[in-house]
Ligand binder design. Structure first.
Ligand code: PEP
Ligand code: MG
Length: 571
């Protein structure tokens, strides 16, 4: 099993044993139940239909706005019942249903004689083509446009709302892929686990499943052959979906996972191994509300404040005062605690109109992160002024780091600007060049924080958003782990902290490996803090070190996981 490639069907007993499908594990936990699938696709009319007489066109426009408003209101009301990433995703989709560009494209088509349904299909196709032609990052938006199109057409034609069913019996959702708004609207009392054929460890499905605490495996091949209603067991730590498992074994595995979950409920921090080696378990947040939720989840502080997320969709740079207000809200959530702010990581998968150049041929390798300050140095200095203002207002001592740094000179210049303002400078390790020269970077900096999401993208040369390449951006890839190890070793040599704030830090088993390498803090979604903290409390440092050696020696992610599982079980 250890060498089975992702997506392969294996059967322990070729003739009688249950079929086991493997994928990328993204949220630990075990759950078993009947299979449900997303509600059938919406029947779409052709974009070119019969011409609507001129006198009815006003009424058609009215029908469209009523339907689009109903869709937006439904999504917005779900958003208000949700929190964090789920709320954000639902709000984004709701806004898209009211998007002025979409509305005017639809109205123009209705004005030319299309029905409301046909105009919706035609206008959506226009936007989908545009986003797809822009490539990689923007292609994610095409999924949102198709989702909104389906919801509006369903509303107009009286078809049931597409998306995830709400079964009476707690069930396992199997799907090809899920629209962000579908995942965000999941009711964890009815859907107890998720497995998808597409999607990577950093996809929306994974991020939201993590927030909801739903066992989740992505990139699982062969799922489409599993019939609705059949009984399956999803193991989010091993990354498997077992069809028709032995009922007794399923009960035992679910019970063991529930016991482990109960242990999480008792987690209060601070993070430490069983033998008392302290490792800060921090949270990734985007605003004051997220920081307060993280404090309630017993995070010891903030390991990554993604400042750019507060300014999505803005066309003008926010003022220093507005920024200071937001940062102060985060600092106040952890009085006297550690808060690491990251300067704007605009560009690539997070374009900000006021900071990012349009139409870059290859935005992931373009002007993103710290590089935006080359074009507009004021963006960075204003933001640092805002952080300094928030610090003096709250009496906090924030750590400040830059994303997408590639050279020692960039790091040194950034560090000088941060120190000038009395704050603690660091940079993210996202570009392999920083890991390779970590000692030289640390001559200028007080800390490093490894962003494994981008570090894997740039090390394996694989788009982090590509479902087809999810096996390459798996955080257990040995080349990525070797760079993490090199960076951690530089931290130990210089006595400076090196944390991990990418999704790798949210995987409790990988967290043990990272600690064994000498990583000093782990920062993950607030919902993963207890899982990581509780797991660390069960192992001693020497076992973590053996786990690190086993992971580094493995040939591929699957065998690394299997080897580490064995070391941890024996330890
Ligand atoms: C990372 O790259 O791992 C990271 C934490 O930053 P982001 O996911 O925001 O790019
Ligand atoms: Mg990053």
């Amino acid at each position: 099993m250890s060498t089975t490639p992702t997506g392969t069907r294996i059967s322990p007993d070729a003739l009688t044993g249950p079929a086991v499908f493997t994928g990328t594990p993204v949220v630990p936990g075990v759950a078993a139940g009947p299979v449900v699938r997303p509600v059938g696709s919406v029947q779409l009319p052709p974009a070119e239909g019969p011409v609507v007489p001129e006198q009815q066109r006003g009424a058609e426009k009215e029908r469209f706005t009523t339907a689009a408003d109903a869709v937006a209101a439904r999504l917005a009301s779900r958003a208000s019942a949700a929190t964090g990433v789920s709320a954000e995703v639902l709000n984004t989709t709701a806004q898209l249903a009211r998007d002025r560009g979409l509305l005017s494209a639809v109205e123009q088509r209705i004005g030319d004689g299309s029905s409301a349904e046909a105009a919706t299909v035609g206008a959506a196709a226009q936007f989908v083509d545009l986003f797809v032609s822009l490539g990689g990052v923007m292609a994610e938006r095409a999924t949102d446009v198709r989702d909104v199109r389906d919801r509006i057409v369903a509303e107009l034609t009286g078809q049931g709302e597409p998306g995830v069913p709400a079964p009476e019996t707690p069930s396992v959702l199997l799907a090809d892929d899920l629209a962000p708004a579908d995942t965000a609207g999941l009711d964890p009392a009815r859907i107890i686990a998720l497995a998808t054929r597409l999607g990577g460890a950093t996809s929306h499905t994974a991020i939201i499943a993590r927030q909801l605490g739903l066992p989740c495996v992505v990139g699982v091949g062969g799922l489409s052959d599993v019939p609705e209603g059949s009984f399956v067991l999803v193991d989010g730590e091993q990354g498997t979906v077992t069809v028709d498992p032995d009922p007794e074994e399923a009960r035992t595995r679910v019970a063991a996972a529930q016991e482990a979950a109960a242990a999480l409920a008792g987690y209060r921090g601070p993070g430490t191994t069983r033998d008392g080696h302290l490792v800060q378990v921090l949270a990734n947040v985007q605003d004051g509300a997220g920081a307060r939720a993280a404090a309630a989840a017993h995070a010891e502080g903030v390991g990554l404040l993604r400042t750019e997320l507060a300014f999505f969709g803005r066309t003008e740079e926010p003022t220093v005062e507005e920024q200071a207000e937001i940062y102060a809200g985060v600092l106040e959530a952890f009085p006297g605690g550690k808060v690491v702010l990251r300067t704007l990581d605009a560009g690539s998968d997070k374009p900000l109109p006021f900071a990012t150049p349009p139409n870059e041929a290859n935005p992931a390798l373009g002007v993103r992160g710290l590089r935006t300050a080359r074009r507009d140095p004021g963006l960075l200095t204003h933001q640092l002024d805002a952080v300094a203002q928030a610090a003096s207002r709250t009496g906090a001592e924030p750590w400040v780091m830059a994303p997408m740094v590639a050279t020692v000179a960039e790091a040194a210049e950034f560090a000088a600007q941060v120190r000038e303002r009395g704050m603690v400078p660091g940079v993210m390790v996202e570009v392999p060049s920083v890991a390779v020269l970590a000692d030289r970077f640390l001559e200028h900096l007080d800390f490093l924080s490894i962003g494994t999401n981008d570090l894997s993208q740039y090390t394996l040369a694989a788009d982090r958003l590509s479902a087809d390449l999810a096996d390459l951006t798996d955080p257990w890839q040995p080349a990525l782990l070797a760079l993490v190890q090199a960076t951690a070793a530089a931290g130990q040599r210089t006595g400076k902290p090196v944390g991990v704030c990418g999704e790798a830090a949210a995987d409790p088993m990988l967290a043990c490996v990272l600690v064994g390498m000498g990583i000093t803090s782990l920062s993950c979604a607030a919902s993963s803090v207890a899982g990581v903290g509780a797991r660390l409390a069960t192992v001693d440092l020497a076992t973590c070190q053996r786990a690190a050696e086993a992971a580094l020696a493995a040939a591929d992610p699957q065998s690394a996981r299997a080897a580490v599982r064995e070391v941890l079980a024996a330890g």
